[in-house]
Design a protein around this ligand. Structure first.
Ligand SMILES: Nc1ncnc2c1ncn2[C@@H]1O[C@H](COP(=O)(O)OP(=O)(O)OP(=O)(O)O)[C@@H](O)[C@H]1O
Length: 369
């Protein structure tokens, strides 16, 4: 690694950050959200709701390491935003009674950035590297050696006279988190002793998350109220907690503070989150697809223009959930609405004439990519 080297390159545009999207069902957190989120984080594996297999496996890894008096193996957590990767990394540190250092791939653009962090770690410390797939290539290569041999090579000088000075590191546990495990190069993925994929939560698990959070926030909530919120939370604890807080506001201002099914339903109507968890943007995408393009196929760019959003916003923010819900399909010819999408918006699909592909209304040229 060269401390003066500023030629390290960041990942290309595909890795552009998707910032907090400002939607109530958005998967990122900012401002007050972050503060409350921190307060609601489970502090131990026992408190962590759901993800039974991951919890059980992780428990074995940590208990065994503790029994050996060793530092826990490196852990890779993958899964969609808001499913609890940061929370689990903090739990790993707590269970190992170790301090934790938190950083992220985009913050490490030069190998020197990483060397500075690694060389200041204490023995047994947990290094949480969020969005690990967005680290620069030189930093990534430095990480290989650090993970395997607890050593980095510091390059002093430039060109033919440059020399590598090895620097010993204390044993540490790297916890990498990624929303896109497929983007990790195999040599990096292979250096994790334990990898876990976090799944979306089912409604019963989300209800437990909501009840737990309600208790911590000192809220009165009925079972049916929690179920109403859980059903609209897109399988994501962060969204469940956020919806709970908005419902709390409504209950406080418009009702007697108790969160019943009716109160939760009325509150979420105000925030335009429908009974399946779709919000205004999701519905706008579906409506454009159905009403303007007869259900598709239509190109992503055309669809984005139709809803007045950036292509990336439609692709990265709205589509994953619509696809997961079986409302939209991505095909080589463009985006296509499924029968469930027509049903969800209460619309009737157009009649197909013989020989016509589904969604094709005989208006070629309108559906360009
Ligand atoms: N299993 C769980 N049980 C209870 N609460 C949870 C659980 N998982 C997540 N949460 C809650 O959801 C919030 C978001 O979790 P967290 O920040 O760990 O997600 P993340 O996967 O790291 O998201 P991102 O990838 O966006 O950083 C936390 O504040 C926590 O309160």
């Amino acid at each position: 690694m060269n401390w003066d080297d500023d030629t390290d390159t960041a990942p290309g545009p595909a890795a552009a950050p998707l910032t907090a999207d400002g939607r109530i069902v958005g998967a990122s957190a900012d401002g007050e959200d972050q503060a409350v989120e921190a307060a609601l984080r489970p502090k131990s594996l026992g408190e962590f709701v759901g993800q039974e297999r991951v919890r059980e496996q992780l428990d074995l890894v940590l208990t065994a390491a503790r029994a050996r008096g060793a530092t826990a193996d490196h852990v890779l957590l993958s899964g969609a935003p808001g499913l609890g990767k940061t929370t689990l990394s903090m739990i790993i540190a707590a269970e190992m009674q170790a301090p934790i250092r938190i950083t992220s791939g985009p913050a490490i653009q030069h190998a020197g950035d990483l060397a500075a962090i690694l060389s200041s770690l204490h023995e047994g410390e947990v290094l949480f590297l969020d969005e690990i797939h967005r680290m620069s290539r030189p930093a990534e290569e430095m990480l290989y050696m650090a993970m395997e041999d607890f050593r980095v090579d510091v390059i002093v000088g430039k060109g033919p006279g440059a020399t590598a000075i090895p620097l010993e590191l204390p044993p540490f546990t790297l916890v990498g988190a990624t929303t896109r495990a497929g983007l990790l190069p195999p040599p990096l993925r292979d250096r994790f002793g334990f990898t876990a994929h976090m799944e979306f939560y089912d409604p019963a698990e989300l209800e437990r998350v909501i009840h737990r959070s309600a208790q911590l926030l000192d809220l009165e909530i009925e079972t049916a109220g929690a179920a109403e919120i859980a059903g609209r939370s897109r399988g994501t604890p962060r969204i469940a907690n956020r919806l709970l807080r908005r419902v709390r506001d409504y209950a406080q201002v418009k009702a007697d503070g108790v969160i019943t099914r009716e109160v939760a339903g009325a509150a979420l109507r105000v925030y335009e989150v429908d009974d399946r968890g779709l919000d205004r943007l999701d519905r706008a995408v579906l409506q454009a697809l159905l009403k303007l393009f007869g259900g598709g196929p239509v190109g992503l760019s055309t669809l984005a223009v139709a809803v007045g959003e950036e292509r990336e916003t439609v692709e990265e923010v709205a589509e994953p959930f619509l696809v997961r819900e079986g409302l939209l399909a991505r095909t080589p010819r463009g985006r296509v609405a499924t029968p469930a999408a027509w049903a969800h918006l209460g619309l009737t699909p157009p009649q197909q004439t013989p020989g016509q592909a589904p969604g094709q209304l005989g208006r070629p040229g309108l559906f360009g990519v």
